[in-house]
Design a protein. Structure first.
Length: 280
């Protein structure tokens, strides 16, 4: 199965048809149907490595300050508890706990899957991002998951290569600031040349501004680990920016899809909500 990293941006992308969600629908329409989807979302970031193992994961609305229509959105995909056992086995000696009743599917997952697989008829499990582990742990864990692709599992990382909410530019909906573009372009070059050395990006002069917190960057490390395990290199599927300090760039392994540069705004955060009252 292919593997993906999608720059997910605002949760409003769930409801809107725009330049980015149209590309997500294009990608979803050309993907083979997976047995299941394993998503590493920026929004399940806490102090343990866990995987959802419930048969019916709930739709989590992990944000505030958005329209009621977004809170009413439901993505009723089934879970696949037996996949949690497979994940725990393939990543040994790393330990992965089974979450049978706490989490579910957060908007990092369902805002993207609403367009990739709008029928919500493919089983979905989420793998948490362990906030206590160093960056190299996540590259290694991504590589350890590579065998699942041969078992029909599509692995999806959902975050943003550049994600700095404090520096959002409300007047430039489809613009990337020079520092954001520099880091995004460095990430593209690194993945094209040597994805196994993706952690070199942490030495980039714009890293601190592009990645003020690691939660949205780490899902990209899983794709880099998968690429390193297979000796392949990711293709850029979508290139674009939103509000100056968000990269919407997306990548894929073994998709056979053509990359697109997107011009046109992603879904906007409501203009009357200040940046410190959003969670995207």
């Amino acid at each position: 199965m292919p593997a993906l990293f999608i720059g997910h941006g605002s949760p409003m992308n769930t409801l809107e048809r725009n330049a980015y969600t149209d590309q997500w629908r294009r990608i979803g329409g050309e993907l083979p149907r997976p047995r299941a989807i394993l998503c590493v979302s920026a929004h399940w970031y806490f102090g343990a490595t866990a995987v959802t193992a419930m048969p019916r994961p709930r739709t989590i609305h992990d944000f505030y300050g958005f329209p009621e229509e977004l809170f009413a959105f439901d993505y009723p995909a089934p879970g696949l508890p037996e996949l949690a056992d497979e994940i725990a086995e393939v990543v040994k000696p790393h330990w992965v706990g089974a979450d049978r009743d706490q989490w579910g599917l957060d908007h990092g997952t369902w805002s993207v899957l609403a367009h990739l697989f709008p029928e919500a008829d493919v089983p979905v499990v989420q793998l948490s991002i362990n906030a206590l582990r160093p960056l190299d742990y996540h590259v290694e864990l991504g590589a350890a998951l590579a065998g699942l692709r041969k078992r029909g599992v599509l692995i999806l990382g959902s975050g943003n290569v550049v994600h700095n909410l404090r520096l959002l530019n409300w007047n430039h909906r489809d613009h990337g600031e020079p520092w954001a573009r520099r880091f995004d372009e460095a990430a593209r070059a690194q993945l094209a040349e040597a994805p196994e050395d993706v952690l070199r990006l942490a030495e980039h002069p714009d890293y601190a501004k592009a990645v003020p917190t690691p939660d949205h960057f780490i899902p990209l490390l899983y794709l880099a680990g998968l690429a390193a395990a297979d000796g392949t290199k990711p293709d850029m599927l979508i290139e674009g920016y939103a509000m100056g300090s968000l990269s919407m760039t997306s990548y894929g392994l073994c998709t056979g899809l053509e990359g697109r540069e997107v011009s046109g705004p992603a879904a906007a955060v409501p203009a009357d909500i200040p940046p410190d009252q959003t969670n995207i």
